[in-house]
Design a protein around this ligand. Structure first.
Ligand SMILES: C=C(O[C@@H]1C=C(C(=O)O)C=C[C@H]1O)C(=O)O
Length: 249
């Protein structure tokens, strides 16, 4: 490509390992990088404002063309810790659930679990800005990312969506992947994949440069999140996308 490839990434702690290797990497000469929350960068990729983004996989059906260009994304093979339903009361006492405006995948995942797995009769309420202070009594909230790690200190009941997806389907889950909305040159893709893999192989270095008090980041990066896009995660993603289709989400 003549111009630089526009790349957008998630601005949360979960993405630090995927971005670590871009600093000083030769691929940076061919691209420019911006960060924002997942729903925002999803819209940028749909609107063609960027060429590649670490987007929620739930928006794949909204893209005319999509290519997963890297072997790493944001996934989990058990509890993910940062995508949870937070509540003051047990699951069957919840009356209303506030949905995170920053999310696309987790909102769809919550809808699937509510309907097919937990079989709850609840009101689902979209949000547009801060809503965490509304999580009280029988009003629960889905929260993702760094705000979800903080909410772990607040809410007595925490239902981890990746853990419940695994109980429901016996498959791991893929939240987000590096997806392009057009064909990109093979040499760019190879260099990009190399850059995004470096932090995954150097987690102690990533942790060292991101001091954080509310949750142990080594646990988060090593035991909660799972970055390689394995065949089982692709299978989980296909199952997830088929629920989205069948339920009309
Ligand atoms: C594990 C997470 O995965 C994410 C959840 C996303 C979503 O719900 O759309 C998108 C990207 C990831 O940031 C998280 O945000 O905590």
């Amino acid at each position: 490509m003549e111009r630089k490839v526009k790349v957008a990434a998630v601005s949360y702690l979960n993405t630090k390992p995927l971005l670590y290797g871009f600093r000083n990497h030769p691929v940076m000469e061919q691209m420019e990088l911006s960060v924002d929350y997942p729903a925002k960068i999803a819209q940028q990729l749909i609107d063609g404002e960027v060429d590649v983004a670490l987007v929620p996989v739930a928006i794949i059906p909204k893209l005319n063309e999509h290519h997963i260009i890297a072997d790493y994304g944001i996934g989990a093979e058990g509890p993910v810790a940062s995508v949870c339903l937070y509540s003051d009361v047990p699951l069957n006492e919840i009356k209303r659930i506030y949905l995170d405006y920053q999310s696309r995948t987790s909102v769809a995942l919550l809808k699937i679990l509510v309907k097919e797995h937990w079989k709850l009769d609840v009101e689902l309420v979209p949000t547009t800005g801060d809503y965490e202070d509304k999580i009280k009594g029988t009003d629960a909230g889905l929260v993702i990312g760094d705000r979800a790690l903080a909410q772990r200190k607040v809410s007595p009941f925490i239902f981890d969506l990746a853990e419940h997806w695994m109980r429901f389907t016996s498959l791991p889950f893929l939240f987000a992947a590096w997806i392009s909305n057009k064909q990109l040159p093979e040499d760019f893709i190879q260099q990009f994949n190399d850059a995004t893999s470096i932090g995954i192989k150097n987690i102690p270095a990533v942790v060292a440069e991101n001091p954080y008090d509310l949750y142990d980041l080594t646990t988060y990066y090593v035991h909660n999140l799972s970055y390689p896009i394995t065949p089982a995660k692709r299978q989980g993603m296909q199952k997830f996308l088929s629920y989205i289709r069948d339920l009309g989400i």
